[in-house]
Design a protein around this ligand. Structure first.
Ligand code: GLC
Length: 752
């Protein structure tokens, strides 16, 4: 539809019909006769009985193609203006083919792979009638107590930007010349705007307080990258930001998002977040909540009655509010137009449903999930090169994750555990049962702690065998084996939204099992399933190898087995720091130096930035990950050592695979701005290259540092570079710096 027709359509709507386009409801509002709807969901949500569901603009989390066809057909028959419904859903890291959780994907540092994963998810969504997905989530996180680490890109701004861009391009396609969303693609919604990943104390939905400098320097660039990649929607965050709820924050959503970031798409609230303005103590009542949200630029009210019940009164007689309403409705209609819904409200779904072919869970999609899972696991320890295992090794596989299919994470709403390849199945693709015994060994978590999971406790596998029996079986299997592969971790329900934790160690029953096994003198490979960095400090000393599995998705067990038996050389690098203790949190790589850095040469000098009961360093730093092989770097050339405006420092290094396995290495380039108008981090990731090297192979790797990489937000929030000396660190992690040198940036006008 051309824009004039779209505007005519907008102007033909009554106030009620306009407001209806801003309402998002769930599918139950469209099931059964009107009386059922009015006395049921309408009443339950507090919607006025006069609300006409056939004015509604969009539906949340209906993903069944036949149901979508039925709902859309019924809606179009009964609605006056025949404006098709939008169907939106939480497809965060896969539809039916589930990829590793985003924090795991971030550890692959493979952004082509991440983009492809998003394109697979979009294709499967398209084939089932979903129009919009609430992905990517790009909230930077430095606090693993927060449950939603699992769906985040980790702690680093550059990786968040790369993740945001890759996922949006994968979901929507790469043709930024046109606003139309092509076939096999859907619309992306970046979230949660903004800084939801920094709640005080890591406690879910808690307040977020930070300087504008920190917000702009570290947290906003990820959302900006998604918008520059063309994201069609942004979702507001639940949290307050410096005292003002994001969903009612006019500065954040209009000045920053719309004006500065140049976002002209749909801003949708998070679930019930408009109504929560009242609970925040920011809106006095529902009418105030409606007014504040509309003034703050929120277009769509997800699953509350506020806009539907209040906007008409809030707008009456107020031309400015009417103008804001029209703008909001126009953005919703434009989104529908970009998706081609006016030409085809089903986006080809009726034909697709008739076709027997579907790409869902295709071999190609599963292969993509396998490949990304293989690159997402991180080898954290490998004492005496215990890994890879040889196939004639007798392995005792044990632990609650030994044959657990619930490894998809909390945001895999269409994932089926029955599709999952678990670890046992994966290992049996490499060895026969003569080389593999399997037992549970321990409960997933203490029985008393299950109640903390509320309704999710019922989803946990039942623990039907006495713990002592489990333990004795484990000890027996261990004694009969050469190596123990211990698959432990937090339940997926201890992670995700509402999954904040204060104790980040492995669950107590699993620690008991690990301790007992460590007394047997057997080699132990620990596989850790988690949605966040756990505190592994104590367990790391008791095992010989550690593989961080995260929640690896549909093909996770096969990916892990391929790594354990050396078919794949692990290449994952941590996208988030693993603390030594909860007391260190937040601990992250790009910290400030302070006026009294805790220098090694100071020993235990008291008056330095340190703890008296713990070191400052994490257990495993950002960017860390081992390989079965080894790599050596050497610096070949750096020029110029004095960089002027519009110049770049060109760096050539050679990287050699000095081990016996082929492998991939992610060479990381960090810079340090030695002094500036604001204190700058001790290092910042500015580039990286992931390269494959055969055993014995050497490759030339080149980097180029340009002025953009030196820019930061100054005292007045201006984003600029400043002249001065810069250190460059090139390494295999943020701590393992293998090459370093410095250069001077001297803009043209500074030359004497
Ligand atoms: C949830 C989440 C958000 C999700 C939305 C819709 O509470 O915060 O990420 O997209 O509601 O399910």
């Amino acid at each position: 539809m051309d824009n004039k027709t779209l505007l005519d359509k907008l102007n033909s709507l009554s106030i009620e019909e306009k407001i209806g386009q801003l309402i998002q409801l769930t599918g139950d509002f469209f099931e059964g006769d009107m009386d059922t709807v009015v006395t049921g969901p309408l009443k339950k949500l507090g919607l006025s009985s006069s609300y006409n569901v056939y004015n509604t603009g969009s539906i949340l989390n209906i993903t069944n193609p036949e149901k979508i066809i039925r709902l859309q057909t019924d809606y179009l028959e009964k609605s006056v203006h025949k404006i098709p419904l939008l169907f939106m859903a939480d497809i965060i890291y896969g539809y039916r083919t589930i990829f590793p959780i985003p924090i795991a994907q971030a550890c692959s540092w493979n952004y082509e792979g991440i983009e492809h994963a998003a394109s697979v998810a979009a294709r499967e969504c398209y084939e089932e009638g979903v129009h919009v997905t609430f992905s990517p989530m790009v909230d930077i996180v430095r606090d693993p107590r927060w449950g939603r680490v699992m769906e985040s890109p980790g702690e680093d701004t550059l990786l968040a930007k790369k993740y945001a861009q890759s996922v949006v391009l994968g979901i929507q396609g790469r043709n930024l010349e046109s606003t139309a969303v092509p076939a096999n693609k859907i619309a992306a919604c970046v979230k949660h705007f903004a800084a939801y990943g920094a709640p005080v104390a890591g406690r879910e939905y808690n307040a977020v307080d930070m300087s504008e400098h920190a917000l702009r320097e570290y947290y906003l660039p990820g959302y900006q990258a998604a918008i520059e990649a063309g994201a069609k929607l942004v979702m507001t965050a639940f949290n307050t930001l410096n005292g003002i709820p994001a969903t009612g924050n006019e500065w954040l959503n209009r000045d920053v998002l719309r004006q500065e970031m140049n976002f002209d798409g749909v801003l949708i609230s998070d679930y019930a977040a408009i109504e929560e303005l009242i609970m925040h103590g920011y809106a006095e009542d529902e009418a105030s909540a409606a007014r504040l949200a509309l003034l703050a630029g929120v277009d769509v009210d997800m699953k509350t009655a506020i806009y539907a019940n209040q906007l008409k009164n809030v707008i009456s007689g107020n031309d400015h509010m009417l103008e804001l309403l029209n703008e909001a409705v126009y953005r919703v209609l434009k989104l529908k137009n970009d998706l081609g819904l006016f030409e085809d409200p089903f986006r080809g779904l009726q034909e697709i449903v008739k076709l027997s072919t579907s790409s869902i869970l295709s071999d190609e999609h599963k292969k993509a999930a396998l490949s990304l899972a293989e690159e997402s696991v991180v080898l954290l320890k490998n004492e005496n090169v215990l890994l890879p295992l040889s196939k004639d090794t007798k392995v005792a596989l044990m632990g609650p994750y030994a044959e657990e299919n619930s490894t998809l994470g909390m945001w895999a709403i269409k994932g089926e555990e029955t599709d999952t390849v678990n670890l046992k199945t994966g290992l049996l693709k490499h060895v026969d049962s003569a080389h593999l015994t399997v037992c549970r060994g321990a409960y997933m978590m203490p029985v008393h702690a299950r109640e903390n999971l509320g309704k999710y406790a019922d989803k946990l596998a039942a623990e039907t065998i006495d713990e002592e029996v489990l333990l004795q079986q484990a000890i027996q299997n261990a004694n009969e084996a050469d190596v123990i592969v211990l698959a432990l971790g937090e339940s997926i329900y201890q992670s995700g939204e509402g999954g904040s934790r204060t104790n980040l160690t492995l669950p107590e029953p699993q620690l008991k099992l690990l301790h007992e096994l460590s007394l047997l003198g057997k080699k132990i490979v620990l596989i850790v399933y988690s949605g966040r960095p756990l505190i592994l400090t104590d367990v790391a000393e008791k095992v010989d190898a550690i593989v961080q599995a995260w929640y690896p998705g549909t093909m996770g067990g096969e990916a892990l087995a391929n790594v354990l038996y050396g078919e794949v050389n692990p290449s994952g690098k941590l996208a988030m720091t693993f603390p030594r203790s909860v007391g260190q949190i937040p601990v992250y790589y790009n910290e400030l130096n302070t006026g009294r850095p805790n220098l090694k040469e100071n020993g235990s000098y008291r008056f330095a930035s340190r703890y008296i009961d713990e070191v400052n360093e994490p257990l495993y730093p950002f960017g860390y990950g081992k390989s079965f092989t080894s790599f050596e770097y050497s610096l070949l050339a750096v020029s110029p050592k004095k960089m002027k405006t519009n110049e770049s420092v060109d760096i050539r290094i050679s990287v050699s695979n000095t081990g016996t396995y082929d492998g991939k290495e992610t060479i990381q380039l960090y810079i340090r701005d030695k002094f500036a108008s604001v204190a700058r981090p001790v290092k910042e990731l500015k580039d990286f290259k992931k390269v494959f090297l055969q055993s014995g192979e050497t490759k030339i790797v080149e980097f180029s540092i340009d002025e953009d990489m030196l820019k930061f937000h100054g005292r007045g929030m201006e984003y600029k570079s400043e002249p001065g000396e810069f250190e460059v660190y090139i390494g295999s992690s943020s701590q393992e710096i293998l090459l370093s040198f410095s250069f001077i940036f001297l803009p043209e006008d500074k030359h004497e």
